[in-house]
Design a protein around this ligand. Structure first.
Ligand SMILES: [Fe+2]
Length: 200
């Protein structure tokens, strides 16, 4: 199975003003496409050809850095587009997810604060996460193309903190980007869907 670039689940200008058309044109149409194309080239003839994306990500981690970087970023971005929606964010979470967040992280407000803090303190490029590990929701951060998948956990929400995700709209203000992501963009229904699947 080779990698392919999915369409965005909304128009390029649908997330403005929190994420602009220009950012999505570069981030989705160019950066994600480059991960897909480079990943496909590196996958060809490797021992992971024909495996599922998750198997490629987990298998290549620590073994084939070039393939891992691109497959990992393809996996992360596939979800990233779905982790956002127009008029997202807010405090209306599916009940089961909100209960789990409150039980495992203290409160929704605390979870958001810790998630933003993880993104702010990720030195250089990387991601901030909510993930399910050992049955509990936890806040994580990873560098470059890594994700909770290669650290024994299942990601349910991720924010891309590579500069290509925010520099056009926020310049160096990564904290402002993360606050806007949490307050106005997060698609909590998709987070809940992944949480359900991860807790089965
Ligand atoms: Fe990205």
């Amino acid at each position: 199975m080779s990698f392919s670039l999915p369409d965005l689940p909304y128009a390029h200008d649908a997330l403005a003003p929190y994420m602009s058309r220009e950012t999505l044109e570069y981030h989705h149409d160019k950066h994600h496409l480059a991960y897909v194309n480079t990943g496909n080239n590196l996958l060809k003839g490797s021992e992971w050809e024909g495996k599922s994306l998750e198997e490629v990500v987990k298998g290549s981690y620590g073994k084939n850095q070039g393939l891992f970087n691109n497959a990992g970023q393809h996996y992360n971005h596939l979800h990233f587009w779905k982790w956002m929606k127009p008029n997202g964010g807010g405090d209306k979470l599916p009940g089961k997810l909100e209960k789990a967040i409150t039980a495992d992280l203290g409160s929704l407000a605390k979870a958001k604060e810790d998630f933003i803090q993880a993104g702010v303190t990720q030195f250089g490029s990387g991601w901030a996460w909510l993930a399910v590990k050992d049955g509990k929701i936890t806040v994580m951060k990873t560098p470059n193309g890594e994700s909770p998948l290669v650290h024994g956990a299942v990601p349910i929400l991720g924010a891309d903190v590579w500069e290509h995700s925010y520099y056009i709209d926020y310049r160096n203000r990564r904290p402002d980007y993360l606050k806007a992501f949490v307050d106005h963009l997060v698609n909590w229904d998709y987070v809940a869907e992944l949480y359900e699947a991860a807790s089965k």
